[in-house]
Design a protein around this ligand. Structure first.
Ligand code: URA
Length: 237
């Protein structure tokens, strides 16, 4: 049994703000196990209770997982006094879940960014020990070569002497490339390609583990991950 206040339950479902919840409950729009609820402070079993808003079931999830198609010019942070962050792309009822980005993409990097409130999940995805591969599409100045691919396989040594883990570099027919890394060092992909004399002009993350960026998401749009998508993050190393 996992006892929880009704207003907290509704709030954690991202259905409404705390202030709205009070009104919604008071106006008899919420039912718990088929009985109209009138007290926002009533306790219920979050694992078993069937809570409905205007007849539609509100399903409680302990943690929340989203994929965002990160646009350019937005910081991978929860909050910034001056600049727009990825969390600013989420509505207030979801921001209340204390969401944060799983790792960071540079301000000018676009593409797949996971957003969650599950710290253990985030740690697993980021940690090189988990072996979860992150795939990037890069457009560079100068075309990457077979020698660059070999250097990636060996483990690139960055300009400051840091040695990277072996990584994959695939040359695409149009001269751009795919980079697959397990680490997430600061500016890693840009610095790896710069070490080969191929500065990056544009960088987009297209895949994490076995989860691909949903092509139907426009820049700045996000979607909730299904259970199957969530599993895919951990697979397809
Ligand atoms: N590597 C980079 O250089 N930048 C990113 O945003 C992600 C990986």
């Amino acid at each position: 049994m996992f006892l929880m206040r009704l207003d907290k339950y509704i709030s954690e479902c991202g259905a409404a703000s705390r202030r709205e919840i009070k009104l919604i409950v008071k106006s008899g729009r919420i039912s718990v196990d088929g009985i109209v609820a009138t007290a926002p402070e009533m306790k219920l079993d979050a694992e078993k209770a069937v809570v409905r808003l205007d007849g539609t079931i509100l399903k409680y999830e302990k943690y929340h997982y989203f994929m965002l198609n990160k646009p350019e010019g937005v910081l991978s942070a929860t909050d910034d006094g001056k600049q727009k962050t990825v969390l600013d792309l989420f509505p207030p009822e979801l921001r209340r879940l204390k969401l944060f980005p799983v790792g960071r993409l540079d301000k000018d990097t676009t593409g797949l960014l996971l957003i969650t409130d599950d710290g253990d999940f985030a740690h697993k995805v980021i940690s090189p020990k988990s072996g979860i591969v992150k795939t990037y599409h890069a457009v560079t100045e100068g075309t990457v070569t077979a020698e660059d691919t070999a250097a990636f396989e060996q483990g690139i040594v960055l300009a400051d002497g840091t040695k990277c883990l072996p990584a994959e570099l695939e040359i695409l027919p149009d001269g751009s490339c795919l980079v697959k890394v397990m680490e997430g060092k600061y500016h890693q992909v840009k610095r790896m390609l710069a070490a080969c004399g191929k500065p990056v002009k544009a960088l987009k993350r297209i895949k994490i583990g076995g989860l691909e960026l949903d092509k139907s998401l426009k820049a700045g749009e996000f979607s909730a991950l299904s259970q199957e998508q969530l599993c895919r993050v951990m697979m397809g190393k």
